[in-house]
Design a protein around this ligand. Structure first.
Ligand SMILES: [Mg+2]
Length: 118
């Protein structure tokens, strides 16, 4: 490989609870991370080919690291962070995409519901 090859992949921050696991099915426990969500591995496998992935979580770093390794997902991530580092995209189950209109955003906030909550 050429010595001058650089990695210019875009950074994408991916939330853990509710995105990569079955969050919401059981009572929250700060010492336990729920099972990996079906399809998460395939999703990361595809995405990591074109982006530099960061696990974005406020969970304990060691607990999150062990969970990634246990589920063979650690290979897809560059790092784990609880800081919103400058990135191309943020993937989260609790967010509103701001499209330039505050009024629309307020309406979206009023209607907002996480997908996993009945
Ligand atoms: Mg979440």
């Amino acid at each position: 490989m050429d010595k001058c090859t650089y990695n210019f992949k875009k950074k994408i921050l991916i939330d853990l609870d509710g995105v990569l696991n079955n969050y919401g099915n059981e009572k929250f426990d700060e010492n336990y991370i729920p099972q990996v969500k079906v399809g998460a591995k395939e999703f990361l496998e595809e995405l990591h080919q074109s982006a530099e992935l960061y696990l974005f979580t406020t969970r304990n770093l060691m607990l999150s690291t062990k969970w990634l390794i246990k589920n063979n997902l650690d290979i897809y991530f560059k790092d784990i962070t609880n800081i919103k580092i400058p990135s191309y995209l943020y993937i989260d189950d609790r967010c509103i995409c701001f499209k330039g209109e505050y009024k629309d955003t307020l309406n979206e906030i009023k209607k907002f519901k996480v997908y996993w909550k009945e």
